[in-house]
Design a protein around this ligand. Structure first.
Ligand SMILES: [Zn+2]
Length: 137
């Protein structure tokens, strides 16, 4: 752990953690982005620190994106990212357009569906909440 911290340019593992942001924490493994001393950003997780492994990037966003993609490939996309804006197989009762997914309340497992015409018309269109399970979540 100490050697790993030094490889990334820090005096100690504690020092390394103080300069790191935890993006995810799952199954006792933390996923980090760290600003390195030379202005680069490192993407790594708790297992990488045991294997002396990390990836460095010129920006925080690239490091975060790398972690995001790796994390999603292991644990799946968050529902809100995978489906927001998606056409839903439920139609507006007024104009018969497919409703769009506009918001997911993850804790309550509720999805808000909106008719896409709701904003650009004075007519009445559907806006309703359904259980997330109904839209395949
Ligand atoms: Zn409508």
């Amino acid at each position: 752990m100490h050697q790993y911290a030094q490889n990334l340019g820090f005096a100690s593992y504690t020092d390394l953690l103080e300069h790191s942001k935890i993006l995810y924490s799952k199954a006792n493994i933390n996923w980090y982005v760290t600003r390195l001393t030379e202005g680069m950003w490192a993407a790594w997780n708790g297992l990488d620190s045991l294997n002396n492994n990390y990836k460095s990037f010129p920006s925080y966003d690239e490091a975060k994106n790398y972690i995001d993609q790796l994390y999603y490939s292991l644990y799946g996309y968050p529902l809100s990212m995978a489906k927001l804006g998606a056409k839903i197989n439920i139609c507006c009762e007024h104009c018969h357009s497919n409703l769009h997914l506009s918001f997911i309340h993850e804790d309550e497992k509720v999805a808000w569906l909106l008719c896409p015409n709701i904003l650009n018309s004075e007519e009445i269109h559907d806006s309703l909440a359904v259980p997330v399970a109904m839209i395949g979540g």
